[in-house]
Design a protein around this ligand. Structure first.
Ligand code: ADP
Ligand code: MG
Ligand code: MG
Ligand code: MG
Length: 400
């Protein structure tokens, strides 16, 4: 097989590919390979050298989505993913997988195997505790976000990056699924839990004020080229192990609002909280850790953001007294607004989260969805009033 022109690989192709392309895998007799992808869009292969035990991941983008051949999508997303993983690896050392190869012909990215880690969403449903999570995620976000803004980067360099990360198709997915459909079901793709259908139609579709605020957030997402965001930073894009955090799957990356990433993290931690709370969770150490992680993620983000601002900001006007706080207030308002959008779209929209759908008791699921959606509405409508981590928890506790 020649890998000079693109085709979708099967596990045997991937074994040959790795032998040919990756140093250390050329000479071994025994390679095994399995497709382990669980996402909607791409193929993820794990190749293991059965003799030495060393292993590697090959992620290949198809010209259609993995879940549906009707859904055409440019393979440009794997270029974006490969490039940003390298950049994030420099900005946030140790917090993303190492990339060993980006192949623009085969549209694949070869990267470090993180199979000794667990996907955070899965680990949270098992009520496992990760003491470094808030530290690591806040460092990841401050380093990858603040350091790619106009207040830090030379403006021409920043505009070059904006160009490199133009990502219209994946942005459109977010514009539709996060910012539009949850509020009006305009494409008839929403899936409402039957026992909550009427309540959601009234409480979400029927709220003019909410739809107006969602509209404002939508056009901010489209126009606010603030920082190079990850763009899909939910708990399914985070790998964890006792002492390690790794952020994966940045194919949605583009220049957008910093709060897009922070808000996604907050919302998805709240989904884990809702799962715990509405499945009768009784492990109080876990609950306390999770709640403090929600608050600490926001507070450590703020603290590190201001410290990094002092150290790294270059633009002379950005050094005006009061500007950093004004900028941060905007980021926190976006964080609240976007956390609200994510909480809404994962319950109302097409793409669900296991945290909610796995709640098997009907009444509990109804309650979990309502608490998330009432919290979401407060986050969106009152977004300018969120100043610290406790503010987010207070809303959740008040609604609950
Ligand atoms: P998609 O873009 O299709 O969502 P992801 O990058 O999220 O693909 O990967 C899908 C799954 O493949 C992950 O949930 C994880 O189980 C596995 N995976 C992805 N990258 C790695 C890696 N570097 N090491 C080990 N497993 C991985
Ligand atoms: Mg994914
Ligand atoms: Mg996935
Ligand atoms: Mg993905």
């Amino acid at each position: 097989t020649s890998f000079d022109s693109y085709f979708l690989m099967n596990p045997d192709d991937v074994k040959m590919y790795v032998r040919e392309k990756i140093a250390g895998f050329e000479n071994t007799g025994k390679l095994s390979c399995k497709e382990i992808g669980d996402g909607n869009l791409n193929y993820v292969f794990r190749v293991v050298d059965e003799e030495t035990g060393s292993s590697i991941i090959v992620k290949q983008a198809g010209e259609t989505a993995r879940i549906s051949d009707d859904f055409k999508l440019s393979t440009n997303r794997i270029r974006i993913e490969s490039n940003i993983l390298k950049l994030q690896g420099e900005l946030a050392r140790g917090l993303v997988p190492k990339v060993s190869l980006y192949d623009e012909r085969m549209n694949c990215c070869v990267m470090e195997d993180l199979s000794d880690h667990t996907i955070l969403r899965t680990a949270l449903l098992e009520q496992r505790v990760f003491p470094n999570l808030a530290e690591d995620l806040s460092t990841f976000m401050v380093n990858t976000l603040l350091l790619t803004t106009d207040v830090v980067l030379e403006h021409k360099k920043k505009k070059e990056l904006v160009k490199d990360y133009i990502n219209p198709e994946l942005c459109e997915i977010s514009e539709d699924l996060v910012y539009t459909e949850p509020f009006n079901n305009c494409n008839n793709r929403n899936e409402l839990f039957p026992a909550n259908k009427e309540w959601i139609e009234k409480t979400i579709y029927g709220d003019d004020r909410l739809r107006l605020e969602a509209a404002k957030l939508k056009f901010a997402f489209i126009t606010n080229a603030q920082a190079l965001v990850h763009g899909d930073l939910h708990t399914g894009s985070i790998f964890v192990k006792e002492d390690s955090t790794k952020v994966i799957d940045p194919e949605f990356a583009f220049y957008g609002p910093i709060g897009y990433d922070v808000g996604n993290v907050v919302a998805n931690l709240i989904f884990a909280w809702a799962n715990f709370t509405f499945t009768g969770g009784s492990n109080l150490d876990y609950r306390n850790w999770l709640e403090s992680t929600i608050a600490k993620t926001v507070d450590l983000f703020t603290e590190k953001f201001l410290a990094s601002w002092q150290e790294n900001v270059t633009d002379i006007m950005a050094k005006e007294k009061g500007f950093a706080q004004w900028y941060l207030d905007g980021v926190l308002a976006d964080t609240a607004g976007i956390a609200g959008l994510e909480l809404t779209r994962r319950i109302v929209g097409l793409a669900k989260v296991k945290d909610i759908t796995s709640i098997s008791d009907e009444k509990s699921r109804v309650q979990a969805e309502r608490v998330c959606l009432e919290t979401a509405k407060a986050f969106i409508l009152e977004r300018k009033s969120y100043k610290n981590g406790q503010d987010f928890l207070d809303t959740l506790k008040k609604v609950y």
